[in-house]
Design a protein around this ligand. Sequence first.
Ligand code: S3P
Length: 189
Amino acid sequence: MSVCLVGMPGSGKSTVGRQLARLLGWQLLDSDAEIERELGHSIRSHFEQYGEDSFRALEEAMIAKLAALPGVVLATGGGAILRESNRQALRGPGNTVVYLRASVDDLVRRLRHDTQRPLLQDVDPAVRLRQLLAQRDPLYRAVADHVVDTGRSSVSSIAHLLAMQLELGAPAAAASDQNLRPGDATDSA
Ligand code: S3P
């Protein structure tokens, strides 16, 4: 069994993933970090040299590999849900997919100084994030077993809530679940 975290850039996938992995005693894998490790350079520079399609092909291969591993918390890149093949891989046997939902305002606040995310450079981040969220929200929801609203919840409370749900064995079979709304969140990534 594995947990796959999906959501917009800045929704907290890596930070929640790190804490959740610690609580469960599982390994955290971050698909972007693994791609960068294989490439030997940043995703931003890969976008600049080879373009987004090239990155998406690398991402597809990486998601196929990582989503099939047991006992991991997998933090995915924000666009990983764009390809149907990735959505299927994330929903593979034994996996639980969690959508960390955040509002445009929260995402803008968390990412306004970002210099690493290629899709947010040289544009008004608020406009771009609004477009991306409108396009992607239905895809995040379609792939997710659970939707967690991160708006007023701390990273720690989200991670504890998810760990509890997973230990109760509820998630994998459940339909999308809007009811996981813990207290108070602030972290990004
Ligand atoms: C992307 C998000 C990034 C990274 C790449 C593309 C996107 O990951 O995969 O820059 O399409 O939203 P994060 O969600 O971790 O920022």
